[in-house]
Every structure is written in C-alpha cells, then in structure tokens.
Ligand binder design. Structure first.
Ligand SMILES: Nc1nc2c(ncn2[C@@H]2O[C@H](COP(=O)(O)OP(=O)(O)OP(=O)(O)O)[C@@H](O)[C@H]2O)c(=O)[nH]1
Ligand SMILES: [Mg+2]
Length: 448
C-alpha cells in the first residue's frame, strides 16, 4: 500500500493525583499535612527524522498515549513526571488537527527539517497534594486534587511524497514492469507503446529503509516540444532525486541475437537530448543507466557494457525486470544513491527556508493565560445550564468531590469568580429550579 496520509489519535498522559497524608511525629498520632503533588503527565511529541521514510508506521496503529504522571506520596514527595512520548515522521510531514467527522480544524505544524518537532498533546498537570492547601484559615486540609486529564486530539499526518527515483526511457522498455517488481505498485504492463498514461508511484523497501519510485510514461523524440505524452511529465521528472534511465536490449536485437550497440547509443542520446532541451535542472540530475531485458542475451552483458563505456555511457547494472534478474541487487544498490540525493535536496530546502523564514504555528500550553473567571454560560431550551471556560473546566476535572475539603474548595472558587451567582440567576426562572448544570462535561448541580 502506498501511504502518504494517516489519521491518528494522540493523548497526553493524565497528571498524577495529589496525595492526602499526615506527618508522623513522636507523641502525635496525626501530624500536619504532608501529601505531595502528583507528577505531570507525558506530552506527545511529533518529531521529523530523516531516518524515517514514510508514514507506514501509522497505518496499523492508530492510538498513541503518553504515560501518566505518578501519584504524589507522603512526606511531601512529589510524583515523578512521565517522559515525553515521541513519534517519528519523515521531514516534510504536515500535521493538521481534525474533528471527529474528519473535517480540518487547524494546521498545527509543518515539520520540514530533520529535528523539527511539536508537542501535539500536552500531558495533564499533576494534582496538588493536601500540603499545598495549608493556609491561615485552613490548617488541616483533608483533600488533594486529582490529576488533570491529558489533552486528546485527532490529527492527520500528511506527507507530500516527492519521488526519490524516476524511471525514464522509451515506451515499452520495461519501466512499469520494473516498478511492479521492486515495489508494491501494480501498474498496467503491455507489449504496446504508451501503456502508462500517468505516473505511478511505489514504495521500495530496502533493509530497514524505504524510498519512493516513480514510473513515468515513455519518452520519445520531440517530447520536450510536446510530442507523445507531452512535457507535463518532464516537469514531473524534474522533481525526482535520481533518474533511472532504462535502455532496452530488445530494441537493438538483430539477426543471430546480435546486439546493435549503435542503436542503444542512439536511444540513449535521444532521451538525453530531450532532457537537455527541456531544462537544465533535468540535464544536471543524477542519472543511472540500466540495461534491461538481459534475459534475451543469456544475461551476459560484459562485451556490451564495455562497448557502451567507450561511448561514455556507464552502465550501472544489467537487469531483467520481467525475469527478476538482479532486481533485488538493484534495490539495495539504489539505496545509498537515493539517500545521498535526498540529503542534497534537504540542503536546498534549508537554504530556501532561511530566505523566507516562516514562523511555525506554536501551540500554547493549556495551563497558562486562562483565568478562572473567564467563563461562558449558555442555557438550553429545557433549562440545562452549560458552563465553559478553559481554566474553570480544568479546575473542575481536578476536583475530588468525594472529600469534604475538595467539595468545599470547589464551592469557594465558583463563589469567588461569580459562577454560583450566574447559575442561581439561570435557575431562578420558573420551572428551571432543578435544571441540570454542567461545567465542561462534568455534571455539578449536586455539588452546588
Ligand atoms: N524479455 C523481456 N521482456 C520484458 C522485460 N521487462 C519488460 N518486458 C516486456 O516489455 C513490454 C513492455 O513493458 P512495460 O513495463 O509495459 O514497459 P513500459 O516502459 O512501462 O512501457 P510504456 O508504459 O508504454 O512506456 C511488456 O510486454 C513486458 O512484458 C524483460 O526484462 N525481458
Ligand atoms: Mg509503463
């Protein structure tokens, strides 16, 4: 399967709960409060790494969750923060947040360079332990906060795949056959010319790496002027890292199975002429020349390679795509060339980037800037009260309502910032006295 897009779910780790604990002192059975804070949950980080080639890691696994922070403990010991959970993607991957129905919410980042990274889901804050809540009016707090749930998000990863290798040559030289043998692409193959009408992409796996190969429609003389399938595909070839130029022995076979070397040289030169005529970029591109269909001459290419070398045509390898001769070898031998060209291209992108340095969108940590008093109240037809507000929702999620002190603190805070008053007002209308109240997703009317 060819994958350049993946939809996944990421979740920061939950914060660890704060601890309720009392000091042990001599002669005092229950000393002062010493419950420590919970640890911060782990962030989920996406990092561009040039040792990664595709998004195929994300085709089977869809959920990625960082570890939770550890609980706080007695003797004022804080729980350990959880480590970052790092997902590696190839440079060039863009990250978009999506809604449940798949619609795009916001572009989060474009990770263009090796090492670029972004936190896509923050871990939750650890809850405060009871020691934190000591004050002049509250000397023995019997409650602690719960850990904040980690941030959850659905995101789409997209990688615009630029082919590492472009297979070129005359029609019917075996370009599609080759890509079908070395990759999972399954293009149409046939004995007539111009079987391939649009480029096919395929991923080639070589050891623990992979690269993208592109099979192109056949070129003919005059292609640079729009003959055959026209110049739009030459434009496509311009973006490939390496050109794999296929020479077809069957085009030069004469009676008695003799190969007419001049015909092969003429074929080679004809294609080169089109590339040069089309653009300097194409002419300068790294090119490897393959002899295909060597099965027709019993695989012995020594004499032929020698003669071609005299004409300044270096044969990278002789293969038979259809008979799968030397094709596994080709996969491995292409890899270092591909990686080298990629490095060169990355440098070019880097230089361009420095010229028009664009600011990456920065994700704001969820714990800052939002005030508890910044909330919004909406009321449904049936009277249900819905309260939203980032900081207030976070606070509510972290409240342990099962303990008297926790409940008391919740009431104190919502009184102080005016939430209680707003709720009373909304429920004051006739018939709405018992209306349900939600802060974020949590039902709170029984705690008011
Ligand atoms: N004998 C032999 N035939 C081959 C070999 N490779 C491909 N062929 C045959 O050559 C013909 C053309 O193959 P394709 O792979 O469709 O060639 P292409 O270069 O993609 O052709 P276009 O898409 O038309 O440009 C088919 O009949 C293949 O079976 C080979 O190594 N040896
Ligand atoms: Mg083809």
């Amino acid at each position: 399967m060819f994958l350049d897009e993946a939809k996944i779910e990421v979740a920061g780790g939950d914060g660890g709960a704060g601890c309720v604990s009392w000091r042990r002192e001599k002669y005092v059975p229950k000393g002062g409060p010493d419950g420590g804070n919970g640890g911060q949950g782990g962030n989920v980080v996406i990092r561009a790494d040039s040792n990664t080639d595709t998004l195929s890691d994300f085709s089977s696994r869809k959920k990625f969750e960082a570890d939770k922070g550890a609980f706080g403990r007695g003797t004022n010991s804080a729980g350990k923060a959880a480590p970052e959970y790092i997902l590696l993607v190839p440079p060039g991957t863009s990250i978009t947040q999506i809604a449940d129905d798949g619609t795009e919410v916001a572009v989060l980042a474009d990770l263009s360079q090796h090492g670029d990274q972004i936190i896509v889901a923050y871990g939750g804050r650890g809850g405060y332990g009871n020691a934190h809540f000591v004050s002049s009016t509250r000397q023995r707090p019997d409650f602690a906060e719960l850990g904040e749930p980690g941030e959850r998000k659905k995101i789409k990863l997209e990688l615009k795949l630029v082919a590492d290798v472009g297979i070129i040559g005359f029609p019917s030289v075996g370009k599609s056959t080759l890509i079908s043998v070395i990759s999972s692409a399954r293009p149409k193959i046939a004995a007539y010319e111009f079987t391939t009408l649009i480029p096919n992409l395929g991923v080639v796996f070589a050891a623990d790496r992979s690269y993208v190969v592109c099979d192109l429609p056949g070129l003919i003389e005059g292609a640079s002027e729009g003959k055959g399938l026209g110049d739009k595909f030459l434009k496509h070839i311009e973006r490939c890292g390496v050109l794999l130029h296929l020479l077809d022995i069957s085009r030069a076979l004469e009676e008695g199975n003799e190969v007419n070397v001049d015909k092969l040289i003429a074929d080679y030169k004809a294609i080169r002429k089109e590339l040069i005529a089309y653009s300097p970029t194409l002419a300068e591109k790294k090119e490897l020349v393959l002899l295909n269909k060597i099965d027709l001459i019993n695989s012995d290419t020594t004499a032929l390679v020698k003669k071609l070398k005299k004409a300044k045509i270096d044969i990278f390898m002789g293969i038979s795509a259809a008979a799968r001769l030397n094709t596994d070898d080709l996969i491995m031998k292409l890899l270092p060339v591909v990686l080298k060209e990629r490095e060169k291209r990355e440098k070019i992108v880097e230089e361009k980037d420095q010229k028009n340095a664009e600011e990456l969108p920065v994700l704001k940590p969820q714990l800052q800037s939002e005030k508890m008093g910044a909330f919004k109240l909406t009321q449904k037809q049936d009277g249900t009260v819905m309260i939203t507000g980032k900081r207030l929702e976070q606070f509510t999620k972290m409240t342990n309502f099962n303990v008297h002190g926790g409940l008391q603190r919740f009431r104190d805070v919502i009184d102080r910032v005016g939430v209680s008053k707003a709720i009373r007002h909304a429920r004051g209308k006739e018939g709405f006295e018992e209306a349900l109240v939600y802060i974020g997703g949590i039902r709170v009317d029984e705690y008011l």
